[in-house]
Write a protein that binds this ligand. Sequence first.
Ligand SMILES: *[C@@H]1O[C@H](CO)[C@@H](O)[C@H](O)[C@H]1NC(C)=O
Length: 189
Amino acid sequence: MQLIIFLVDLLCASTTAEILETIAQWPLLDFALPYEREFLNQYRPENVVPTGIEVGWDRIFISVPRLRAGIPATLNYIPRNLPLESSPQLQAYPSWDWHAAGRGNLNCSMLISVYRTKLDRCDRLWVIDSGVMTSIDDFRPVCSPKIMVFELKTNQLVRQFTFPREVSFRLRFFLSSFFLHLFISIGFN
Ligand SMILES: *[C@@H]1O[C@H](CO)[C@@H](O)[C@H](O)[C@H]1NC(C)=O
């Protein structure tokens, strides 16, 4: 699978049609992995399927849910200011500490499986986490679904909403679905 990120150039001053510009591309997504044996052993590059991209002013955020085993970090970023058509390594957001699930350590305070993110006007990143491990292979709902809000200036968690576990099967299904994009686009704009 080849992933290509385009930026739609919508300059108000210009009257011409939108310009699509390739800013990054990868044959397989690659991570700036910490040198830890647990991460390296579990990593399966062929299982990395991004489902969400959000463009901030200095970074581009890439969501990689744990659809199958072997995802090191479920929420990542690349710098926005890149040489054209480069293949940057994904950096864990906000840090590798939040992605212990990638080395097999499940802690529900951390990020488990992120499908989408959305930036708001206050430069905060809203992160939708389904709490489900390996949803395609065996669908293991290990934590409640949650929304985490990170302030980009400080990269600190500033808010968290955890959904009750009882309602969670349908909600998880919803969070895992591609309709969600529509929902957050409408809800947070
Ligand atoms: C989970 O992470 C939180 C936040 O860092 C920490 O306080 C807690 O001790 C961790 N729990 C386990 C079981 O490791």
